[in-house]
Every structure is written in C-alpha cells, then in structure tokens.
Design a protein around this ligand. Structure first.
Ligand code: HEM
Length: 198
C-alpha cells in the first residue's frame, strides 16, 4: 500500500481537531431526519469508485463556478491588495479533493464528526485563514453555505454517469450525495448558530 502524500492543513483524525459538540447518537437522529440510511452509505461507497479518478475535473467545475462569481471568490481575496490569493486557493483545493473521497467513503464515525465541526470553524471567522496562515477575507456569510449545496451536487451528477451505471443507480448515488452534503452543511453551521440553539 502506498502512503497518501500529506495534504497541508488536513488534520482529519489528528489530536489537533477538538471533539464534536454533538454525540454520535444525536447525529443518528439528524441522519434519520434527512432519511439517510445504510443504503446511502453503500451508494456513497459505490460513488467513490466512480469519482476517485475524476477528482480534478470535478474540482475544475466547482472552482470554475466559484471563480466566475465575484461574490464567492471574495472569500479567497487578500485583504492587503484585493487580489485572489492563489496559494490559498491551491491549498484549499487539495483538501477539497480529499473531502470528495472522505464524503464518498461514508465512514461517518467520531473522527469524521469531529472534523465536520472543524470544517465549519474554517468557514467562520472563528477559524478561517488560520490553517493556511493567510490574510484573506475573514469570514464567509452563512447564507452561501446552504446555497452552494445546490451547484455542488447538481454538477456532480454528470460525473456519476461517466462509468456506465444505470440511471437508477446514478440517481441513488446522487441522492446519497445530496443527503450527505446537507448533513455536512448542517454540522458546519454550528458556529453560525447562537449558543444553545443548534
Ligand atoms: C456546500 C457548500 C460547501 C462545501 C461542500 C464546501 C467544501 C469545503 C471544503 C471541503 C473545504 C476544505 C476543508 C478543510 O480544510 O479540510 C472548504 C474550505 C473553504 N471553503 Fe468551502 N464549502 C462550501 C461552501 C463554501 C462557500 C459558500 C464559500 C465561499 C463563498 C466557501 C469558501 C471556502 C474557503 C475560503 C475555504 C478555506 C477556509 C480556510 O480554511 O481558511 N465554501 N470548503
């Protein structure tokens, strides 16, 4: 087995990630609420085999979308000169690629749950910019987090179709992805919600 090269700032499963402020039992109730079942885990795992060779073209589409929307690219803009921080974009892109594989792995255990809250903090002023030690826009407005769920998942479907699965299988994988991203965006919202109201 070859070791995966380390991705800068990807602290999944390390002691640097604090414990999630939510238990796995509470997370089970959330899964139940979005109708996320073991069949979705299987569909995600099936999607991993389809997507793992397509990570870069998927990222091209998603980065193309963010890059062509000034209000979104804003979050990668350096405060000092108002220009996009290309090193920051590149560093986040690597972790984003790993996120595709982690999401498709469907192993939503304690370590995964902990990292979701870390991803939430990294979008919020609590933790944005610190991982890559950049001086970019300090915060991402909450409203864009759930909004991005739609383009991210809608544009994934053509990639799920690329390896000859039936339309029904593609739909099952796609629905599992939509539910998973919804769950994650809910977890990432934690720092945006008033204390005690999450
Ligand atoms: C469905 C919605 C979204 C998904 C799936 C998503 C996914 C991700 C992932 C996987 C990372 C890297 C996490 C890590 O460090 O391991 C990340 C970081 C980041 N995302 Fe998002 N994101 C979403 C919404 C947004 C929106 C709406 C914006 C801005 C308009 C945004 C801008 C950023 C930035 C700037 C970072 C780097 C944060 C930092 O560590 O400084 N994201 N995102």
């Amino acid at each position: 087995m070859s070791a995966t090269p380390a991705i800068p700032g990807y602290t999944y499963g390390t002691a640097a990630v604090p414990r999630a402020p939510m238990s796995l039992d509470e997370f089970d109730l959330l899964k139940k609420t979005v109708l996320f079942t073991n069949d979705d885990v299987k569909a995600l795992q099936q999607s991993r085999a389809v997507l793992q060779s397509q990570v870069e073209p998927i990222l091209d589409v998603w980065y193309g979308f963010v890059g062509s929307n000034p209000h979104l690219v804003q979050s990668f803009i350096r405060v000092a000169d108002g220009q996009p921080d290309m090193d920051y974009l590149g560093a986040v892109r690597k972790r984003f690629g790993q996120w595709i594989l982690d999401t498709a792995s469907g192993q939503y255990d304690q370590v995964w749950l902990d990292y979701q809250f870390e991803i939430g903090r990294r979008h919020h002023r609590l933790g944005k910019n610190t991982t890559d030690k950049v001086a970019a826009a300090p915060h991402i407005s909450f409203r864009y987090l759930p909004a991005l769920l739609y383009p991210v998942t809608a544009t994934l479907r053509p990639f799920l179709e690329k390896q000859g699965h039936s339309p029904a299988e593609v739909t099952t994988m796609h629905q599992a992805w939509i539910k998973s991203v919804l769950l994650q965006v809910i977890l990432w919202s934690h720092p945006y919600v008033k204390a005690g109201e999450f």
